[in-house]
Design a binder for this molecule. Structure first.
Ligand SMILES: Nc1nc2c(c(=O)[nH]1)N[C@H]1C(S)=C(S)[C@@H](COP(=O)(O)O)O[C@H]1N2
Ligand SMILES: [Mo]
Length: 343
C-alpha cells in the first residue's frame, strides 16, 4: 500500500487544522458571498446554499424516524465535567470528522453531505465468539436499552476538544446481553457501508472502507465505554454518527466508530482503520496522553472549542481526565515525556 496517497486530510494540515475562529470566519465569508457552506466543496452537486444558521442547517439533520422514546434521558451525575463548560450544540454538530461523507474542500464540514443518508432502518449484528449472536433492527435495540445522559470530555488526535452531553447506554450492557465466550479477547466494530448514501466511500476510494475499530475486552467492559444514540437531549444528527456510535472518552476520537452496524467478538487484536493507514502514528490503544507526542505535533495541550467564536488552549490530561477509571488498565503508560513511541 502506498502510504503517501493514503494520508488522511488531517496529515496534510498537520496540527494546524483550521482554528475554529478561522473556520467560523471563513463560513461567514462564504455566506456573504451567497455560496452557502457547501459552495466550495468538491464533489457536491446539489448547488443548494445552506449555512449553519439556516433552518436546514446542522441541527436539522436528526432523522425524522429516529426513535425518541426516553429523550431527554435523565443525566447520570457520576459522569460529569466540572472544570469545562459544555460545548455549544451548534459547534458539536457542525465541526466533525466522518470520512464516509468526506468533503475534500473542508474536512470539518460534514453535515451538508449527509442528505442522502437514511440511517433508519438499519440492521445491527453481533457475531463471533458469543453465546447469543444477534441481528436486529437498530431502532428496536435503541428502544430496548435504558437511556441515560453523560457529560464527557471529547479529545480528537488533531488536538481539539469539546465537552459533549451524550445520550445512550453503557457498551457493557450490550455486551452482557450477548454473552461473549471465554475465547473472545477483543471486540471489533464495523461501520455502515452504504455507497449510495455516503458520498465519501467513492470520492475517498483509497480508504479501506468500511471503517473498522477495536477494543480489548477489558476496555470494552469498562464503565466509561458508551454507545451513544443521541446528544444534547435528542437523537444523534447524521454527521455525529446516527443511528449509533461508540464513545470512549479516554481515547482519541477516532477509536469511537460512528454508524456501527457490526460488533464482532474475536480471538486476537483486530486491525484498525487509521493504524492500517499510518501504523507509525496511530496505535491500537490510542489513549489520550499528553506525554506521548504525535510524530508531527505535541499532544501536551488542546484547543478547547466552546462556542463558534471561542476556543481556548488548555493542557491535555492523561487519559483525558479519566485516569481514575482506566489508569489501572494500562500499567505501561508513559507518565513523563516520551519521544518517538507510539501507543
Ligand atoms: N465511521 C467513522 N467513525 C468515526 C470517524 C470516521 O471518519 N468514520 N472519525 C472519527 C474521528 S477522527 C473523530 S474525532 C470522531 C468525531 O466525532 P464527532 O464528529 O461527532 O465529533 O469520530 C470518529 N469516528
Ligand atoms: Mo479525530
Amino acid at each position: 500500500m502506498a502510504h503517501v496517497i493514503l494520508r488522511p486530510g488531517w496529515h496534510i494540515k498537520e496540527n494546524a487544522t483550521t482554528s475554529l475562529a478561522a473556520y467560523s470566519n471563513r463560513r461567514a465569508f462564504i455566506k456573504t458571498l451567497g455560496l452557502g457552506g457547501i459552495g466550495l466543496s468538491v464533489g457536491c452537486s446539489s448547488g443548494q446554499a445552506r449555512s449553519i444558521n439556516d433552518p436546514d442547517g446542522p441541527l436539522d439533520t436528526i432523522p425524522d424516524n429516529a426513535p425518541r422514546d426516553g429523550y431527554p434521558a435523565s443525566s447520570n451525575e457520576a459522569y460529569t465535567v466540572k472544570e469545562r463548560v459544555v460545548t455549544d450544540r451548534l459547534v458539536a454538530s457542525s465541526y466533525n470528522n466522518f470520512y464516509e461523507f468526506i468533503n475534500l474542500g473542508d474536512l470539518k464540514v460534514v453535515w451538508p453531505h449527509t442528505g442522502a443518508y437514511n440511517p433508519f432502518p438499519m440492521t445491527i449484528q453481533v457475531t463471533g465468539h458469543v453465546e447469543k449472536k444477534m441481528r436486529m433492527d437498530v431502532a428496536d435495540l435503541i428502544r430496548t436499552m435504558p437511556l441515560e445522559e453523560r457529560l464527557y470530555r471529547f479529545r480528537c488526535v488533531e488536538a481539539w476538544s469539546m465537552t459533549v452531553p451524550w445520550t445512550g447506554f453503557p457498551l457493557a450492557e450490550l455486551i452482557k446481553r450477548c454473552k461473549p465466550t471465554s475465547k473472545a479477547t477483543h471486540v471489533r466494530f464495523v461501520s455502515a457501508n452504504r455507497p449510495d448514501e455516503m458520498p465519501g466511500l467513492a470520492s475517498a476510494h483509497w480508504y479501506p472502507w468500511p471503517y473498522f475499530e477495536g477494543l480489548r475486552m477489558d476496555e470494552a467492559m469498562n464503565e466509561l465505554a458508551f454507545v451513544a444514540t443521541g446528544m444534547y437531549g435528542e437523537p444523534l444528527p447524521k454527521q455525529n454518527g446516527s443511528p449509533l456510535r461508540i464513545v470512549l472518552p479516554w481515547k482519541y476520537g477516532y477509536k469511537g466508530a460512528k454508524a456501527v452496524v457490526r460488533l464482532e467478538f474475536v480471538r486476537r487484536q483486530p486491525k484498525t482503520f487509521w493504524n492500517e493507514l499510518q501504523p507509525n502514528e496511530y496505535g491500537f490503544l490510542s489513549n489520550v496522553n499528553p506525554f506521548v507526542p504525535h510524530l508531527r505535533w505535541s499532544q501536551a495541550s488542546e484547543r478547547f472549542l466552546s462556542t463558534l467564536n471561542t476556543e481556548e488552549r488548555i493542557p491535555t490530561q492523561i487519559f483525558n481526565g479519566y485516569d481514575e477509571w482506566v489508569g489501572a488498565l494500562y500499567p505501561d503508560t508513559p507518565r513523563t515525556l516520551t519521544k518517538g513511541i507510539v501507543r
